[in-house]
Structures are given as structure tokens and as C-alpha cells.
Design a protein around this ligand. Structure first.
Ligand code: FE2
Length: 175
């Protein structure tokens, strides 16, 4: 697989009869060949690298520093994560008034995939001592949507911005 083929396959998935299943199948292929994908995937060393976003799907390389967790946010479109290196912890929330309440947590190690529907509110983190690397695919243009972000310290909700997202990141407990 190459980056061009990945983008082509992801674009094709958006028009498949079952786009969510097609996206998951593609991410399973990506996760199965994580070593190869990491050898050509651009953006190594940066926390978030947009690989493709117009008009759909959105492809992000997400690299999380050790023991870092980002704030809860929504996507409003289906997504699927393929973890390529290390381990991601995803905490899922439900909205209650302006706050969110944790309802589930899923650990995904390298080689694993994690699909999310369009209703998901989640926080992604890396509780290990090394960096985690994953490919996040979204069935739509993530940057065109009016999304939300939650501040767990103040139990408030605000419009999503990248600036707010990174400002609300925090250090997790060692595991
Ligand atoms: Fe997310």
C-alpha cells in the first residue's frame, strides 16, 4: 500500500454500499500492515498531521505523547481508528446538560481497530510511557462541521477548535 492508494481506498469507501463496513475493512488492512504503513505515512513526530480532508473522507495521523489525554469531543460523522504503534485509550462519554459523564473505556493496541458511530463523544489518550501512533479516518470532512469540546475541569461545553483541543490536554496517571 502507498499513501496514494490509501487515500483512493478511503475515498472509495465513502461511496461503498455500506461505507462504515468498508471503512472498517480498510482500517483492518492498515492495522494488519502497521509496520509497512509507518514506513511511508507522513507526519512522523508531529501530534496531528492532516493527510487528506477535502471533501471527504478525513485522514489524520494522530501521534500522542506519553501519558497524555485529550479532552472529550464529538465528530458528528462515523470514524474508525487503526492503531499502528503503542496503545490508545478511548474513553466514551454521554452528554448530561453542559457536562459529560464517562460510560466506557476501550484500550486499543497496535494492530487493532476501533470504529465509532456519528453520535460518539470520546476522549483519546495514551497512558503508556512511549508515543502512540494511529490513523484516524472519518466519513466526512471533519473540519467543516460545527463540533463541540468539553472541559472536564469546569463541566462546560464549547465550540471545538484545535487551539482549545490542545490547550485542554492533560497528563494521565502512569499505568
Ligand atoms: Fe476524536
Amino acid at each position: 500500500m502507498t499513501l496514494t492508494e490509501l487515500v483512493q481506498d478511503a475515498r472509495r469507501a465513502t461511496t461503498a454500499p455500506d461505507p462504515i463496513a468498508a471503512l472498517r475493512r480498510l482500517q483492518e488492512l492498515v492495522a494488519d500492515s502497521a509496520g509497512d504503513v509507518l514506513s511511508w505515512l507522513p507526519g512522523g513526530g508531529s501530534d496531528e498531521q492532516v493527510l487528506y480532508a477535502e471533501p471527504a473522507p478525513t485522514l489524520l495521523r494522530v501521534e500522542i505523547p506519553p501519558r497524555t489525554e485529550y479532552p472529550p469531543h464529538d465528530h458528528l460523522i462515523p470514524a474508525c481508528v487503526a492503531v499502528l504503534h503503542g496503545r490508545e485509550t478511548n474513553t466514551f462519554y454521554r452528554a448530561e446538560g453542559p457536562a459529560v459523564i464517562p460510560v466506557a473505556e476501550i484500550e486499543t493496541a497496535a494492530g487493532g481497530v476501533l470504529p465509532m458511530d456519528e453520535h460518539v463523544i470520546h476522549a483519546v489518550g495514551n497512558r503508556t510511557a512511549g508515543r502512540s501512533i494511529a490513523l484516524h479516518l472519518y466519513l466526512g470532512d471533519l473540519f467543516e462541521l460545527s463540533r463541540k469540546i468539553w472541559d472536564l475541569r469546569t463541566d462546560t461545553c464549547a465550540a471545538y477548535t484545535d487551539e482549545r483541543y490542545f490547550a485542554l490536554s492533560h497528563i494521565t496517571e502512569p499505568v
